[in-house]
Design a binder for this molecule. Structure first.
Ligand code: FAD
Ligand code: NAP
Length: 526
């Protein structure tokens, strides 16, 4: 076939559709039993998007965006999964997707100039192009805690949640991890469990989502103006425009009253707008502290026990780990059936069949790991991908991912990554980034075919320049200042490199210029 796609989340689904439209033969393989990727796997209670539903959706089909009706400001996982299934039905995608099948190896055959791809289902595929739609947040990070496997009760990772759900009623539940997944799940688990113990290593900032039912008038207004709204999204660094305008001044140039009023207004609105009031929040530590102090003051307002509030108050700068959105997260710690354990102060020594041992012992019936993902590279390096001279992608990226435009890797001809490291990906509304990547890849293959080009691969020079570019932008911001998964810091032993590119519009401009310039920076052979 022309294109083999790994994964059938939103990226793989659209890649199948777009490749077909371009007249290419295409087939996707998906490890799960259905489409939806993130929304297929992350079925934990409380899972929902944090980019507003009306924006977190495909824009490639006007009919699709008109006919689909989101019910909440931030749709829950079941609704997003229904949407993915609706898209698969509407565009008849399943006929070109094989489910329950994991791609295990992909080797580039230099003589035949094809990818030879194998699956755990015994498939043996030959394809001109390999597209990795494997997801940035799709390889669960299971912590290496001594004795974890010995735990006698069930253990669930939020990113691999059982389809039948979990009955927490009356149980003693432990949750390890307080990132976005933990912060969404904890209030729901607390409401059901007999007792909940949360094991927190790093406190996180969280802004109220202020989720609620969508107003039909607002929906109608958005639908009537979708093309304009999508176009304004593309002008934003994060690829989505929020209802409150971005501030254009420095937080250091306003007085306390004005600063406080702006923070308060944004806090009340809910969501990521909180960090958008001033231009320097992610650029200057001094500026950042104002927003961080405000967010910490909100924790103290909500949490009744001052000692608990202190443990829940993050010490790192705000925004350098991904900001969380929540519904009644901090309120949960006022419940009599919830305890917080500071495992930064008292680390987990081991897990035994009965529970978790820190300086105290916590007896548990169920353990939930909200411990995140081997982000951005994990799902790629877990596949035995070999390019020229048998080099593996894991080796090529052992000192951190290197690529050009976040799309191609030197030594791996005719291989594309969707929302790969080095692209804006996880710092954007990902549905926008996914579509931009897929459109670019489809255009690229079409252009190359028209010109009789058989292989495309980044030059060493272009790749080196790109990696330097990605890092130089990150280095003028505060993003690299804490142990985030953006840096790979959550996975022991992973090389620390800031992986995503900051800034969507400049990136798109660069991708378009590269294509218009005959794929400048790529070596092409005919
Ligand atoms: P995924 O959805 O991760 O799909 C990748 C698929 O590839 C998976 O189904 C996986 O099974 C499959 N796969 C991987 N390796 C193989 C293999 N070797 N063989 C076969 N199949 C394979 N982003 C936002 O912009 N806004 C949000 O609100 C938002 N909320 C999120 C909430 C959660 C809980 C998580 C975890 C992420 C969230 N994200 C959000 C990021 C989200 O991952 C993307 O928005 C988007 O869904 C990614 O789509 P994808 O197709 O690129 O990857
Ligand atoms: P995460 O942000 O990486 O959080 C993982 C948590 O587990 C952190 O608190 C981490 O602590 C802790 N942890 C990891 N290893 C540990 C160990 N060995 N011992 C103790 N604690 C450990 O993962 P996530 O919460 O799944 O979120 C990942 C990303 O997915 C988010 O940032 C976001 O992009 C996306 N997401 C979005 C939403 C949404 O609201 N739409 C929901 C879920 C996920 P440390 O901080 O100390 O490492």
């Amino acid at each position: 076939m022309d294109v083999v796609v790994v994964g059938a989340g939103f990226a793989g689904m659209y890649m199948v559709h777009k490749a077909r439209e371009a007249g290419l033969s295409v087939h996707a393989f998906e490890a799960g039993s259905g489409v939806g990727g993130t929304w297929y796997w992350n079925r934990y209670p409380g899972a929902r998007c944090d980019v507003e539903s009306l924006q977190y959706s495909y824009e490639f089909s006007e009919e699709l965006q008109q006919e689909w009706n989101w019910t909440e400001r931030y749709a829950g996982q079941p609704e997003i999964l229904s949407y993915a299934n609706h898209v698969a039905d509407r565009f008849d995608l399943r006929t070109d997707i094989t489910f329950n099948t994991r791609i295990t190896t992909a080797h580039f055959d230099e003589d035949a100039q094809v990818w030879r791809v194998a699956t755990d289902g015994g498939h043996d595929i030959e394809a001109r192009y390999l597209v990795l739609a494997t997801g940035c947040l799709s390889s669960a990070n299971t912590p290496k805690i001594p004795g974890l496997e010995s735990f006698a009760g069930p253990t669930y990772h939020t990113g691999k949640w059982p389809h039948e759900g979990v009955d927490f009623a009356g149980k003693r539940v432990g949750v390890i991890g307080t990132g976005s997944s933990g912060i969404q799940a904890i209030p729901h688990i607390a409401a059901e469990a007999g007792h909940l113990t949360v094991f927190q290593r790093t406190a996180n900032y969280s802004v109220p989502a202020r989720n609620g039912a969508l107003d039909p008038d607002e929906v109608a207004k958005v639908k009537a103006n979708y093309p304009e709204i999508r176009a304004t999204n593309a002008m934003e660094g994060s690829a989505f425009k929020t209802a409150l305008p971005r501030g254009e001044g420095s937080v250091l140039e306003v007085d306390d009253a004005e600063r406080h009023a702006d923070f308060e207004r944004r806090w009340e609105h809910g969501g990521f707008v909180f960090l958008q009031g001033f231009i320097d929040t992610m650029l200057s530590e001094e500026a950042n502290r104002y927003a961080a102090d405000f967010a910490r003051s909100k924790i103290r307002e909500v949490v009744s026990d001052p000692a608990t509030a202190e443990i829940l108050s993050p010490k790192q700068l705000i925004g350098c780990k991904r900001l969380c959105l929540d519904t009644e997260y901090f309120e949960t710690y006022n419940r009599p059936n919830v305890d917080l354990v500071d495992i930064a102060a008292n680390p987990i020594a081991e897990i035994t069949p009965q529970g978790v041992q820190t300086d105290e012992f916590y007896e548990l019936d169920v353990l939930v790991l909200a411990t995140g993902f081997d982000a951005m590279t994990g799902s790629i390096t877990r596949i035995d991908i070999r390019g020229r001279d048998g080099q593996t992608i894991a080796d090529a990226w052992s000192a951190g991912p290197k690529n050009y435009l976040g799309l191609g890797v030197e030594g791996f001809p005719n291989m594309f990554t969707i929302t790969g490291p080095g692209s804006p990906s996880v710092l954007t509304n990902m549905l926008v980034s996914i579509q931009q990547h897929v459109d670019w890849i489809a255009r690229c293959i079409t252009d190359l075919d028209a010109d009789g080009v058989t292989t495309i691969e980044p030059t060493n020079e272009a790749q080196t320049e790109w990696v330097t570019h990605v890092n130089s932008i990150a280095d003028v911001t505060l993003y690299p200042s804490c142990n985030s998964w953006y840096l790979g810091a959550n996975v022991p032993g992973k090389t620390r490199v800031f992986m995503p590119l900051i800034g969507y519009p400049d990136y798109v401009e660069r991708c378009d210029a590269v294509a218009a310039d005959g794929y400048a920076g790529f070596a092409l052979t005919s």
